[in-house]
Design a protein around this ligand. Structure first.
Ligand SMILES: Cc1cc2nc3c(=O)[nH]c(=O)nc-3n(C[C@H](O)[C@H](O)[C@H](O)COP(=O)(O)OP(=O)(O)OC[C@H]3O[C@@H](n4cnc5c(N)ncnc54)[C@H](O)[C@@H]3O)c2cc1C
Length: 811
């Protein structure tokens, strides 16, 4: 047993061993991995071993592509086989809608440089002769996908880690983490303590409860996951591709001459809510043929050979799932140098190579190596750690793997965690709600006679005309939006200005009452956050950011605040409702409920002050996210319902409407307002994003990211955010579509929406070209978006497609 290590990895599954291996690859020899049972004995040993490369984000796809590369060369390096076989995969569609999704996936694959072919049913049958095809519409063939042996990969990674100097100890349970002044100081184990400044919690389905011991929220919960393996079947050879039939919820691969068939039950069985039994190693759960029936029925339809095949094994194993079906990695916001790599949602074999490398780089570099936001632990808040919520949610999330990924698809379970004080009123007004960061938010409002329920499709969805009416109300009259879910942080203290000046790229040393739009950048000049900062007093700022960003922004600001700075940071999100009043008649309406002077001279753009509104006092900030005249009213929650009623009473005659987030999205897209997490990520700088106007390179004392921006300013720009207006009125891009210039893929769409003022879909996305991207490059090219396999011509510009003041189409 050791008593000291540079890093301690907890858990000897495929993820923990991958982290240990990659730490040694980066030159760290003093690494200890502790496994309570035996290596791979948790979930890893019984995984089916499918490795599909395509994910919804380009960086997550990059991780898996790296896994594929690693698994194919690890044997040569370590002498231990990984069972990797590049057999390709066929995904089939039983419906037209599924085929649209497969075509969209194939288009995304092209943008990510993964070979993918949309194929007809005959060709699918040639790739997979054992399959019945009469009911199929088409398929996609990805030749680079494959399969591997999870336990063997784990052993190979372990061997590589040991060769690099790591010590991997089995039969040693970690019982706690020592924390001193908010940072890791060591671990307690069944064999005694180890001093270390870094722990990596790769404890699989144990990770949540283990995290709780240290106050770290890791929202995951195990579910039962089942497959069968048959005895050998004539004609089934090892090079048979992996088959995915998502409409039938099933996947199939060759296994020792027979077939392994498993899948994702639409409503899965949560397992181990209270606790995972002691000594659970190399164990399985009870066979449940009842639950497996839906998979079996579908598999029999697809593969006639299964009717007579003998089932050799029924395997039911637990795997952990997260509330949004993405895995969890990164440094926990609660404890410094406490890292997590867990919750792999049935994709841990495919992801482990890349995720292990990214986590090791994160640890060594003390920052994420690239934008990994979809998997970042800071996308959750403590409320997501609630067991009852998790139990409800994971039951649904398992099946989401094979749901058709319709745009804006909302989950049904685990809803209603956070409600604005206007919730019941908005429900009465027939709001259709969506959930973000636990908040119920109105997406659109249904008129009488229309159910406020979305009907999903890849084209115009049922809410299209109602969101269009809300959109028009903002452009022509006035609409009211409940934006209570905004994250709101209060930074107070004598050093508040100094701290924020260092963190913000714009100049926030403004007089009280001014609002500053700014980015918070990392040392690469990339966006850690995009926000407005309102100076309330000499020593107090209100920081307002997106709904999903509260944990992340709190973490970033705390982390970057110098020790000893005299400031306090408080999350006041729940204290204030936000009512957005937007549109050309917003001044007229507000004037009916306040005696404050709202004239331009008295209340200019980007200013904020407390004013009476009806019978309440609210902070009114003259700023909107839609490019029209308007105010955000910050109202104490207990007065919000009264203010809403008063505004409605005063505004009905002015054409006031309730508006939802779908209208906001289409309005902001026309005005090319960027969104954090889409157009603005840690990998994008203000120059690339076209937001140089919100950067003050010359402000005294500089700011974090300034050096990188200075350097980039002097270089040719090879990446720029470009706006697009589609030529075809019916085309509906939703995001992630490849962008083509003169027929060549030059980027992907970050956001898209239908612009109801323009009568066309509008999109934004980064265009990359080593030769340089500037105005001339944009205007000289013929641009198109690949929308579900169709190339739709688009007018491209570096400017916003719509300028409300000029009320004309620019591009
Ligand atoms: C039936 C089934 C089929 C699957 N098929 C696929 C597939 O085809 N493709 C794919 O990509 N993924 C698949 N998966 C998912 C994949 O198996 C998992 O995502 C992956 O194995 C997770 O690895 P891990 O290292 O995070 O967890 P684990 O393998 O569970 O490792 C965690 C380890 O931590 C140890 N541990 C926990 N607490 C402590 C402690 N306090 N001290 C010391 N050690 C501790 C445990 O003993 C355990 O060994 C499947 C899963 C199942 C159940």
């Amino acid at each position: 047993m050791v008593d000291q290590a540079r890093a301690v990895v907890i858990g000897g599954g495929i993820v923990g061993t991958s982290v240990a291996y990659h730490l040694t690859q980066l030159g760290w020899r003093d690494v200890v991995l502790l496994e309570q049972g035996s290596l791979s004995g948790g979930t890893t040993w019984h995984a089916a071993g499918l490795v599909g490369q395509l994910r919804s984000s380009s960086n997550l796809t990059r991780l898996i592509r790296y896994s594929v590369d690693l698994y194919s060369r690890l044997e040569a390096e370590t002498g231990q086989s990984t069972g990797w076989k590049r057999c390709g995969s066929v995904s089939v569609a039983r419906t037209v809608e599924r085929m649209v999704q497969l075509k969209r996936n194939a288009a995304v694959a092209m943008a990510y440089d993964i070979e993918a072919h949309v194929i007809d049913v005959d060709e699918a049958a040639r790739h997979y002769p054992a399959m019945r095809t009469e009911d199929l519409v088409g398929a996609v063939w990805i030749p680079g996908d494959g399969k591997a042996n999870p336990a063997d990969i784990t052993q190979a990674l372990a061997r590589g880690a040991r060769a690099g100097g790591a010590r991997l100890l089995e039969g040693v349970a970690v019982t706690g983490v020592n924390i001193v002044r908010g940072a890791v100081a060591g671990v307690q184990t069944s064999n005694g303590p180890i001093a270390t400044e870094i722990v990596v919690n790769c404890a699989g389905m144990w990770a949540r409860e283990f995290g709780r011991l240290s106050g770290v929220t890791i929202p995951l919960h195990a579910c039962e996951h089942m497959y069968i393996v048959t005895q050998p079947i004539a004609g089934i050879a090892p090079d048979l591709p992996v088959l995915r039939d998502p409409d039938g919820h099933i996947y199939v691969k060759e296994e020792v001459g027979g077939l392994l068939m498993g899948g994702f039950d639409p409503w899965a069985k949560p397992w181990g809510t209270e606790r995972i039994p002691d000594g659970f190693s190399f164990q399985t759960l009870k066979e449940d043929w009842g639950k497996f029936e839906i998979l079996m029925t579908n598999a029999l339809e697809r593969l006639p050979a299964l009717e007579t095949a003998e089932v050799r094994t029924f395997l039911n194993g637990p795997e952990s799932f997260t509330p949004d079906n993405y895995f969890i990695m990164g440094e926990a916001p609660e404890v410094r140098r406490y890292y997590v790599g867990a919750g792999f949602c049935s994709g841990g074999i495919a992801a482990a190579g890349g995720a292990g490398r990214a986590l090791a780089e994160w640890i060594v570099g003390d920052r994420p190596p690239m934008d990994l936001w979809p998997a970042d632990i800071r996308r959750f808040a403590p409320l997501h750690g609630n067991r009852r919520f998790l139990r409800e949610r994971v039951s649904e999330i398992v099946g989401v793997h094979y749901n058709i990924a319709f745009p804006n698809r909302e989950l049904q379970s685990g809803r209603g965690l956070r409600r604005s004080p206007l919730h019941d009123r908005l429900r009465q007004r027939r709001a259709s709600f969506g959930a973000k960061m636990g908040w119920e938010r109105a997406n659109w409002f249904a008129p009488e006679g229309v159910e406020p329920e979305p009907v999903y499709s890849f084209g115009r969805q049922n809410w299209f005309p109602y969101a269009a009416a809300e959109h028009r109300a903002v452009r022509e009259a006035v609409a009211i939006f409940d934006q209570t879910s905004f994250s709101k942080l209060l930074l107070q203290g004598p050093d508040a200005e100094a701290v924020l000046q260092q963190l913000c790229a714009n100049d926030v040393a403004v007089p009280p009452g001014r609002i500053v739009y700014t980015g918070m950048l990392n040392d690469r000049g990339g966006y850690e956050s995009d926000l407005t900062v309102t100076r309330l007093r000499e020593d107090a700022y209100l920081i307002v950011t997106g709904s999903a960003q509260s944990t992340r922004d709190l973490d970033w600001i705390r982390r970057q605040t110098p020790a000893g700075a005299r400031v306090t940071l408080t999350d006041v999100t729940g204290a204030h409702a936000v009512l957005g009043l937007m549109g050309p008649r917003s001044r007229e309406l507000l004037a009916r409920v306040t005696d404050a002077d709202l004239a331009n001279a008295a209340f200019p753009f980007a200013t904020s002050c407390e004013i009476p509104v009806g019978r309440a006092v609210a902070r009114a900030s003259r700023i909107t996210y839609v490019g029209e005249l308007g105010w955000e009213l910050y109202v104490p929650v207990e007065q919000a319902a009264g203010v809403y009623d008063d505004l409605w009473q005063a505004g009905a005659a002015l054409g006031l409407r309730d508006g939802g987030y779908y209208a906001i999205d289409s309005l902001r897209m026309e005005k090319a307002y960027r969104a954090w997490g889409r157009e603005l990520t840690p990998d994008d700088t203000p120059w690339e994003a076209g937001l140089g106007f919100a950067v003050r390179l010359d402000k005294p004392g500089g700011f974090l990211g300034r050096e990188a921006l200075l350097q980039q300013r002097d270089q040719r720009s090879t990446k720029r955010l470009v706006t697009f207006v589609l030529e075809e009125a019916q085309a509906m891009p939703w995001g992630d579509e490849p962008i083509l210039r003169d027929g060549r893929v030059v980027g992907t769409v970050t956001s898209a929406a239908f612009g109801h003022t323009l009568g066309r879909a509008v999109a934004m996305g980064y265009v990359r070209d080593e030769a340089g991207v500037d105005d001339r490059y944009v205007s000289a090219g013929a641009f198109a978006l690949d929308v579900g396999g169709e190339r739709v011509a688009a007018r491209a510009s570096l400017a916003a497609p719509y300028d409300p003041r000029a009320a004309r189409v620019k591009s």
